[in-house]
Design a binder for this molecule. Structure first.
Ligand code: GLY
Length: 362
């Protein structure tokens, strides 16, 4: 059994399949001669590369399997060039497909290559991390990092299909899985209070990776993301709600030199902060802010830097200045009015920013 969610974007619409043991690339007619360039990193390839290649080959595709090193440093122009070379060697043409089998890093890089090689070849996302399933594989953001900052080069380029095969989560290391749960909680806060309360009730099942629960939860996250993206594909307006927790979250990652925290962990710290800031400035009920913080904690996510950690407010404040969402040196936040209802583009007085951090870091 699988659940299918449609991302409705006119001629760029596509299905997201969520289930166990999915058939991949269902949208493609397996005509002889269709080439699929499969891209995964060395960790994912060792676990799932063979099976994915075998399945695609059995459907009649000519599969070319390419492996890149694991790690965020691969999201660079060097590896874009490497993949362009592989695409050319493999003789990809306009009927070909690039398939990203992996987490957010692989999807962002392979998606950027798909968007630009031959001015665009078809692209399929097969996310292997929880974070990629509920967030980065859906919505068409692709990009790479420059020395000057993350995701500074990229394109909005929608895949033609997303296959979120929950069986692939079985091999995901625990810390990475839990990190993905931060983005799951985010959907409850920004869009759906009853989903938030379901997560509160289902903490043990979530931590056990209960199959039926995961299908329901991942499908609901994808449904919400699909709805938001359909409203605002290019983040001109409401798509920015997906950045709840990310203003401080990105600063936490940056101030720490990008080695210490997983993205979802930094977002969890950012959401705890945004919840407190929302209570001070938007009347977000204190009990609801507390519920957000408690849920993150119960899932094993950090809600503040660890005791003795050197992340100082001044360093975070400085890091927020270079965020893409910062205008005129004033960081902008997504803040909650109540569970399931947030506002974007909020500027907050300096003294209040520091006060909320003080509350959080105690
Ligand atoms: N990850 C946020 C977005 O896709 O807009």
């Amino acid at each position: 059994m699988a659940t299918t969610i449609d991302v409705k974007l006119g001629e760029r619409s596509y299905p997201i399949h969520v289930g166990h043991g999915l058939q991949l690339a269902q949208i493609l007619e397996a005509k002889p001669g269709i080439r699929v360039l499969m891209v995964s990193d060395s960790n994912v390839d060792a676990l799932h590369g063979e099976a994915c290649q075998r399945q695609l080959a059995s459907q009649g595709f000519e599969v070319l399997r390419t492996v890149i090193p694991a790690g965020e440093s691969t999201k660079s122009l060097h590896w874009v060039d490497f993949l362009y070379g592989k695409a050319a060697e493999a003789g990809l043409d306009r009927s070909s497909v690039i398939l990203a089998l992996g987490g957010g890093m692989t999807g962002d890089l392979a998606g950027f290559v798909a968007a630009t090689y031959l001015r665009g070849v078809r692209f399929i996302q097969v996310p292997t991390s929880l974070l990629a399933m509920v967030d980065s594989s859906v919505g068409g953001k692709t990009g790479i990092n420059l020395a000057q900052g993350k995701n500074l080069v990229g394109a909005f380029y929608q895949p033609i299909e997303v296959d979120a095969d929950l069986d692939l989560l079985k091999t995901l290391p625990s810390r990475e899985y839990v990190s993905g749960l931060a983005e799951v909680v985010k959907y409850g806060v920004i869009w759906d209070a009853s989903f938030f309360h379901l997560l509160e009730k289902e903490v043990p099942g979530l931590l056990k990776r209960d199959s039926a629960l995961l299908e329901k939860v991942v499908a609901r996250c994808c449904e919400i993301k699909a709805e938001v993206v359909a409203m605002d594909e290019r983040e001109i307006g409401p798509r920015a709600i997906l950045n709840f927790g990310h203003t401080l979250g990105h600063a936490v990652e940056k101030a720490d030199g990008y080695g210490r925290w997983f993205h979802g962990e930094a977002v969890a710290i950012g959401m705890a902060y945004a919840a407190r800031l929302s209570t001070i400035t938007k009347g977000f009920p204190a009990a609801e802010a507390e519920a957000v913080v408690r849920l993150l904690e119960k899932l094993g996510l950090p809600i503040r830097p660890a005791p003795g950690d050197t992340v100082e407010w001044a360093a975070l404040r400085e890091a927020m200045m270079s965020d893409k969402k910062t205008l005129n040196k004033r960081p902008r936040f997504v803040l909650a009015r109540k569970l399931g209802d947030v506002v974007t583009g909020c500027e907050v007085e300096e003294s209040i920013l520091a006060e909320a951090w003080h509350v959080c870091s105690k």
